[in-house]
Write a protein of this length. Structure first.
Length: 183
């Protein structure tokens, strides 16, 4: 696959990305230019809501914050976290469909998707195993694993964004970072 960011990371097949780029849904989404900015805003806001609550909950489970502090607001916190996740996934999918080749060819896109899947497996399967529920030490380990997974997801997202700087380069050199602001 031709990859402007390097071939060292796993990628989605280019044939899939091209097929999505020629789909009716992509054509419809791409026709509404204003939607891209709105989707990015909603995606970042919902990721912030999800990640903010997740950090608080997991730090509480690690017991860096007293456990009693979460109990009165546990229900509303989990509702915000879950809705934030749902909106982040939906808006992320729409952003991907808006520019499947541009988004899908980033070096960290597929690793990010794998980490999101791992985060879901961790939350809905692994954390529900008896050893994580019965042992305080395993509960803390599970919380630390969850934090690590979602921090890595954000790291992959940041990496994907920063690739733009190296892609543009100064004087069109894709291997040289841009000096100064990108307008």
């Amino acid at each position: 696959m031709i990859n402007e960011f390097g071939a060292w990371a796993p990628h989605l097949p280019m044939s899939w990305l091209v097929a999505l780029a020629h789909s009716q849904l992509h054509t419809w989404l791409y026709g509404m230019r204003f939607l891209h900015g709105v989707l990015r805003f909603v995606h970042i806001l919902s990721m912030g809501a999800f990640f903010g609550v997740l950090v608080f909950v997991e730090v509480t489970r690690i017991q860096l914050v007293p456990r009693a502090s979460i109990q009165p607001v546990r229900g509303p916190l989990f509702a915000v976290m879950n809705r934030g996740f749902e909106v982040a996934i939906t808006s992320g999918l729409l952003l991907f469909l808006y520019d499947p080749i541009g988004v899908g060819s980033h070096a960290m896109f597929l690793p990010k998707l794998m980490l999101v899947a791992l985060g879901l497996i961790h939350a809905f399967w692994l954390q529900r195993r008896a050893m994580f529920r019965k042992s305080e030490q395993w509960r803390r380990i599970g919380a630390a694993i969850a934090l690590a997974i979602w921090i890595l997801v954000l790291g992959c997202s940041t990496w994907n964004h920063e690739e733009l700087i190296f892609k543009l380069g100064q004087y069109g050199n894709p291997t040289e970072p841009v000096k100064g602001p990108i307008l």
